[in-house]
Design a binder for this molecule. Sequence first.
Ligand code: ATP
Length: 235
Amino acid sequence: MMLEINDLKVSYGAIQALRGINLTLTEGEIVALIGGNGAGKSTTLVTISGLIRPLSGEIRFLNEEITSIAPQDIVSRGVIHVPEGRRIFSSLTVEENLEMGAYLQKDKAAKQRDLEEVFNRFPRLKERRKQAGGTLSGGEQQMLAIARAMMAHPKLLLLDEPSMGLSPVLVEQIFDIIQSINEQGTSVLLVEQNAQMALSIADRGYVLETGKIVLSGAASDLLHDPLVIEAYLGG
Ligand code: ATP
């Protein structure tokens, strides 16, 4: 099993954000985690990344417990998080942002090859390689955030609302990119409010409501589930 979460509970002071969730992800899968505002989706990702310590429960990656190890050790095992709101470095150029994603790579030639590979996948970023990150459009910044994560050779990519604030055309583009990254071997845990898009590219999905998983199954089944249709697909 690539990722296994057992009875995970997380609190922010008095607020219980996760009330004992279970989730698995098999190597090669795209798993969607959907749910409304405040359901606990982002909390799930930051807890996997080690940025927040759970109250209780267990997180295993490639059959090893990672629940209480340091965030940088989780990164070095191949779990890369693209946070909500695309936190790129706005004063650094596109190229410098990408290099930051490869900080663990000490081999300069390999880093250069990775950069060229990322530029092939994202030609828009190649054209803008010397431009400051903060001057990119929203969609380009989202591409840069994903491209930067790819520089770290993720085994598991944690994506937090990649469609946020993007036009429908750009959302399509971003989801195509996620799908092609997955086809080339990266597993993806995808957090989304856009349930329709997320479930259309996912293998399986989980529905989170106020800190609890209320439904899970094959993405194609969830797309036809009355609860999902009613609550997340606009009736
Ligand atoms: P959204 O889609 O709106 O981003 P989400 O499903 O990602 O929502 P979380 O961000 O995980 O939800 O939040 C879960 C709950 O935890 C919410 O009630 C939120 O207010 C609370 N919460 C999140 N971060 C903090 C924090 N740093 N301090 C206190 N409470 C927090």
